[in-house]
Design a protein around this ligand. Structure first.
Ligand code: PGA
Length: 248
């Protein structure tokens, strides 16, 4: 077991309302009482809860992130969107970008790159999601796709930036299916080999159906800096279990 910090990103997607705030208490308590200081939890609730999360978690060790932003740094006529400055002004410090659930709606690498640059200008930490679809995996395009996503989405990013990459195979998100460790190791090593050429300060996460039952197996790899957790992260007990099992 190394001393590196492990990241646990709780992506709530389009779930949660004001009643969900009470689920935070257990996790706040856990982070306070736990003597292990080698982990960070970052909650990424829907936009409607960012402000409340930020207030409640202000004095805790838990951070808050948004799930997306508009690429325009300025106020503008973009109905239904918010930008990096608006998010930052709420006390939010992270943003998930390039999630496959947004890529399927038409978000291209070029657009994601604009969002990355905008987020960094507002001093948000970027969690960039990359990953291949099942079709791309079957066609053996995985590495080509991962490389293209990394190169295009990170174009123009200063090499001193702390960059967080979440490898999320699209076929694994919400399906209960996770890559086997050989495949995962292969793809994570590939991502690392590309990213470390430019970014010394990089963090590599895995996301896709992570839960308390499979975390120990995935974690055997000992290659990852943490996990991006969707479904299981809405349940505080499951989230705490995942954190605990990572350090077993
Ligand atoms: P999941 O979602 O854990 O529910 O598969 C992960 C993600 O979409 O980030």
């Amino acid at each position: 077991m190394t001393n590196k910090i492990r990241y646990f990103i709780a992506n709530w997607k389009m779930y949660g309302d004001l009643r969900s705030l009470k689920t935070l208490n257990k996790v706040i308590k856990f982070t306070r009482s736990n003597r292990n200081k080698r982990f960070r939890i970052i909650y990424c609730p829907p936009f409607t809860l960012l402000s409340s999360f930020s207030k409640i978690l202000k004095k805790s060790k838990i951070n808050v992130g948004a799930q997306n932003i508009h690429e325009d740094l300025n106020f503008g006529p973009h109905t239904g969107f918010i930008n990096s400055r608006m998010v930052k002004s709420l006390g939010v410090n992270y943003v998930i970008l390039g999630h496959s659930e947004n890529r399927v709606l038409g978000e291209t690498n070029i657009k994601i790159n604009k969002k990355v640059l905008s987020a960094l200008k507002s001093k948000l930490n970027v969690i960039l999601c990359i990953g291949e679809t099942l079709y791309e995996k079957r066609k053996k395009f995985t590495k080509k796709i991962l490389k293209k996503q990394l190169v295009q989405c990170l174009k123009g990013v200063n090499k001193k930036t702390k960059i967080i990459i979440a490898y999320e195979p699209v076929w694994s998100i919400g399906t209960g299916i996770v890559p086997n460790n050989v495949e995962l190791e292969n793809n994570i090593n590939f991502i690392k080999s590309l990213i470390k050429r430019k970014f010394k300060n990089h963090i590599i996460l895995y996301g896709g159906s992570v839960n308390p039952k499979n975390i120990e197996k995935i974690n055997q790899l000992n290659l990852l800096d943490g996990y991006l957790i969707g479904g299981a992260s809405q349940n505080s007990k499951k989230l705490i279990d995942i954190v605990k099992k990572t350090f077993n």
